[in-house]
Design a protein around this ligand. Structure first.
Ligand code: 10G
Ligand code: SF4
Length: 323
């Protein structure tokens, strides 16, 4: 009998994977705020959708709340990377909160597009997932002009005032292929539908999907590290399956890997969502190595070097005092 551990078992690790520039900035914003102002620092919603990141920041003194109403008057609150509606800024101001806005600049870009098209009295079809914080924030910019289209199923329900003044925008973390299908279907109904001025699905989402496709084609199993509420991480599982992997699972950390997933498998693909710290991927690789997957190859599809400056409120306060 040939033991599975003696078979040539390998791991293909997608690159790019893990933290995007917006997540890196948001997590650093909370860390720097804790260093600069001291604990506690309040954070509205999970700063990013990752249980490990949230727990680590809680241990350092961050307090996560659902709404600004839970933050004591005058305290500091950080808004999450997914963005907030203008009403949330107003509530915070009314409670005299000191705010640090960690909304990713690429989400702010979509907010600005929404405001601009609403000012021009366009109807806006926002493709995204119902109930997701990013969609709630973007829709809050122009609630009377925006209607949500949640995937292909939502297309038939769309009602517009003037099909000649119609634009679509999207959540930043959607599946590129699925969104293309949704837009095609929308355009069948509304041939003069206007495209966003530039891609709303961000560079990081797109690159991680390109990278997972490349490894999925050669893998029987693709493990995606990410939390269950992480939209972009969940999309990576779907993209891996569409690209040809026999199986793909989302795991919050290495302990979620089940031994039976590895039975008869010789090539495992590994990637991680945009909110996932690299140490969680390293732990997955260590667990796989324990099952004979010692040959680890990184497969780079796209080079990435995007970085964003910290939120301006923090940059101002972190600037060294001039004499
Ligand atoms: O993929 P979603 O939007 O659920 O968020 P995440 O926190 O898991 O990843 C980072 C993406 C954002 C902050 C949304 S712009
Ligand atoms: Fe920004 Fe894209 Fe990361 Fe969202 S996934 S935080 S839009 S870079």
């Amino acid at each position: 009998m040939i033991l599975e551990t003696s078979v040539n078992r390998r791991v293909l690790v997608a690159k790019p994977r893990g933290y995007c520039a917006g997540v890196d900035r948001a997590v650093q914003a909370v860390e720097k705020a804790l260093e600069r102002y001291g604990a506690p620092i309040y954070v509205r919603k999970q700063i990013v959708h990752n249980t490990h990141v949230v727990k680590t920041l809680e241990e350092r003194g961050a307090i996560f709340v659902e709404e600004t109403g839970e933050v004591p008057e005058g305290a500091i609150v950080v808004f999450s990377a997914h963005g907030v509606a203008p009403a949330v800024h107003e509530e915070a101001a009314a409670r005299s909160l000191r705010t640090i806005d960690a909304t990713c600049p690429l989400v702010t870009k979509v907010h600005n597009e929404a405001k601009r098209f609403a000012a021009g009295d366009y109807d806006i079809l926002l493709i995204g997932h119902e109930g997701h914080e990013e969609v709630e924030g973007t829709a809050g910019e122009a609630p009377r002009h925006i209607q949500l289209v949640d995937g292909l199923d939502g297309v038939d329900r769309v009602q517009v005032r003037d099909p000649e003044r119609l634009v679509w925008l999207s959540q930043t973390t959607l599946s590129v292929d699925e969104t293309t299908e949704t837009v095609t279907r929308l355009r069948e109904r509304f041939p003069n539908l206007i495209d966003p001025p530039s891609d709303d699905i961000c560079y990081a989402t797109q690159n991680r999907q390109v990278a997972v496709k490349e490894i999925a084609r050669e893998s029987q199993l693709v493990i995606v590290v990410g939390s269950t509420n992480s939209s972009n991480s969940k999309r990576l599982v779907e993209v891996a399956l569409d690209a040809g992997a026999d199986a793909s699972y989302l795991v919050d950390n290495a302990s979620y890997i089940q031994d039976e997933w590895l039975e008869g498998v010789t090539t495992v693909g590994v990637t991680s969502g945009a909110s996932v710290p690299e140490e969680l991927v390293e732990a997955v690789l260590a667990r796989l190595a324990g099952h004979g997957f010692g040959d680890v190859q990184e497969v780079e599809s796209v080079a990435e070097n995007v970085r964003f400056a910290l939120p301006h409120e923090l940059r101002r306060d972190l600037r060294p005092a001039t004499a």
